[in-house]
Design a binder for this molecule. Structure first.
Ligand SMILES: *Cc1c(COP(=O)(O)O)cnc(C)c1O
Length: 434
C-alpha cells in the first residue's frame, strides 16, 4: 500500500536516521519521553524560514495572524523576523504585549470589538484597527474611546468572492458576518464616514476571503474588487488609499493529496494580479499591498506527538488505535473534517501498509484524529505517533474537554529543545474555582 511519510509534509530540518525521526536536530521519541505526550513540537527554523519567505514576497508588510498559533515565544519570533502581528481580541492583544511586543506593531481585528478592546487598542497606540461595522464606527466616534489621539484604521470590506474552501472557512462571500459589503455601497459609505471623523486616519482597505485556499482565482477576484473600490474612493472622495491588506488564507499540505502553492509562488501571483487590477481600474495612487498569513507560517512547522495506548480490532470493520490526546488538543478533524497523516517516530522510514483509524481518548465517537490512517503493520502500544502539519489552529483552539490538561509547547532548534508553554497540571484544572 503506502510508503513512508513524504518529506513534503515535514518541517525542512527533519532527518531520519535508522528509522528515528529528528526535527531541529532533536529526536522526536526522546522529546516524547522527556516532556510527555501529547506534545506540540515546533521547528523554529521552519517558522523563521516561512516568515522570511513572506517578507521577501511581500516587502510592503506582513502581519502574522496570531490566532493560528500564539504564545510569547511565537510573538517574539515573528517580530524578530520583521513581521507585525494581527490580533482578533483583547486577549490576543494582551498576550502579544505581555511578550514585550510594542503595540505599534499590532493590527486589531474583530467583527464585534468591545468599547474596552477599542479603548485599550487606541490608548496603547496600535498600528491600526481594522473596522468591521457601522456600529464600530459609532463606538469610535465616542470621545472616551479614542481620546485625544488619532487612530489609523483600515476598512474591512466584503468583496463578495467565493474562495473555494470549507464553508466555515470562507469569509468573503456576500453572506458573511465580516466586513462592509462592497456590493451594497456600505464599504464606500464606511470610508466616507472615516474621512469625516477627525479622530480617525484612513489607512486603507482590508479583506480576508477565507482560509486553506490553494487556487489563485479567489485572491485575483478580491484584488479586482479592492482596486475598483480604490479607484472609486479616489474619484468620489478625493482620498488616497495607502494600503490594501489582502488578509491571509494561503493553504498548506496536510496530506499527500493537498497541492498547496509555495509562499513565493503565491506572492508572485498576488503581485501580478495586483498590477493588472490597479491598471484596469485606473487607480492613480498605487497602494502598498500587505498580507496577514497565519496557517501558512505556523502549520507546517508543528508536529504533535502522541503515545499509542490501546489497539482494538473489530474484525471486518476497522482497527481503532487510541492515543493519549485528540479532540481537545486538535479539534480540526471534528470541526472541519480536516485530514492528516501520521508516522511512527522511531520507524519514520517504514512503509505504512496498515489502514487503521486513529482515535482520541475523549468520550465522543466523533473524536477521531485520522480516519483511515496509513500506519506501519507493526504499530504497537507504546509507540510514539507523530502528526505533522499541526502547528496552526491546534494549540490555539485547544480545550480542557474531559478535563485533560492541555499539552506543553516545545520549540526545537540546532539540537536543543526548550519548553515555551508548560503542560497544564491537575492544579490548573481547578485553579479558577472559587
Ligand atoms: C484567520 C485570519 C487570518 C489568517 O488566516 P490563515 O488562513 O491562517 O492564513 C488573517 N486575517 C484575518 C482577518 C483572519 O481572520
Amino acid at each position: 500500500m503506502s510508503g513512508p511519510i513524504s518529506a513534503r509534509l515535514l518541517p525542512r530540518t527533519v532527518t531520519i536516521t535508522g528509522g528515528r525521526a529528528a526535527v531541529g536536530g532533536v529526536d522526536l521519541a526522546t522529546l516524547a519521553d522527556e516532556f510527555g505526550t501529547p506534545l506540540y513540537v515546533y521547528d523554529e527554523h521552519e517558522l523563521r524560514e516561512r516568515c522570511r519567505e513572506y517578507r521577501a514576497g511581500f516587502p510592503d508588510g506582513v502581519h502574522y495572524a496570531a490566532k493560528a498559533f500564539l504564545c510569547g515565544a511565537m510573538a517574539r519570533l515573528v517580530v524578530e523576523e520583521g513581521l507585525d502581528i494581527d490580533v482578533a481580541s483583547g486577549g490576543e492583544l494582551h498576550v502579544v504585549r505581555h511578550a514585550g511586543v510594542d503595540a505599534s506593531r499590532v493590527v486589531v481585528h474583530g467583527n464585534n470589538k468591545s468599547d474596552d478592546e477599542l479603548r485599550i487598542a487606541a490608548t496603547a497606540g496600535v498600528k491600526a484597527v481594522v473596522v468591521d461595522s457601522h456600529d464600530e464606527l459609532d463606538r469610535l466616534a465616542r470621545p472616551e474611546v479614542v481620546g485625544d489621539g488619532r487612530l489609523r484604521v483600515l476598512i474591512r470590506v466584503n468583496p463578495g468572492v467565493e474562495a473555494h474552501t470549507h464553508e466555515y472557512l470562507a469569509t468573503g462571500a456576500v453572506d458573511s458576518k465580516f466586513g462592509f459589503p462592497i456590493a451594497t455601497g456600505d464599504a464606500m459609505r464606511a470610508v466616507e464616514r472615516v474621512a469625516e471623523m477627525r479622530q480617525l486616519e484612513f489607512g486603507g482597505l482590508h479583506c480576508h476571503i477565507g482560509s486553506q485556499i490553494f487556487r489563485r482565482e479567489g485572491f485575483d477576484a478580491a484584488l479586482d474588487a479592492l482596486a475598483s473600490l480604490t479607484a472609486q474612493i479616489e474619484v468620489a472622495l478625493g482620498l488616497e488609499v495607502d494600503e490594501l491588506d489582502l488578509g491571509g488564507g494561503l493553504g498548506i499540505a496536510y496530506t499527500e493529496a493537498d497541492d498547496a502553492p509555495p509562499i513565493a509562488q503565491h506572492a508572485a501571483w498576488v503581485h501580478e494580479a495586483f498590477g493588472a487590477a490597479v491598471t484596469n481600474a485606473g487607480v492613480r495612487h498605487r497602494p502598498r499591498v500587505t498580507t496577514e498569513p497565519g496557517r501558512s507560517i505556523a502549520a507546517p512547522a508543528g508536529i504533535t506527538l502522541y503515545r499509542v495506548g490501546t489497539i482494538k480490532t473489530i474484525p471486518g470493520v476497522r482497527t481503532y488505535v487510541s492515543v493519549d490526546g485528540g479532540l481537545a488538543d486538535n479539534p480540526r478533524p471534528a470541526l472541519y473534517g480536516a485530514r492528516y497523516e501520521a508516522f511512527v517516530a522511531t520507524r519514520a522510514d517504514a512503509d505504512r501498509d496498515q489502514l487503521v483509524t486513529i482515535a482520541g481518548k475523549h468520550c465522543e465517537q466523533g473524536d477521531l484524529l485520522i480516519r483511515d490512517a496509513e500506519v506501519p503493520g507493526d504499530l504497537a502500544i507504546g509507540d510514539v505517533l507523530a502528526v505533522p502539519a499541526t502547528g496552526a489552529y491546534g494549540h490555539s483552539m485547544a480545550s480542557n474537554y474531559n478535563q485533560l490538561p492541555r499539552p506543553a509547547v516545545v520549540f526545537v532548534s540546532d539540537g536543543s529543545a526548550r519548553v515555551v508553554v508548560r503542560r497544564e497540571t491537575l492544579a490548573d484544572l481547578v485553579g479558577r474555582e472559587v
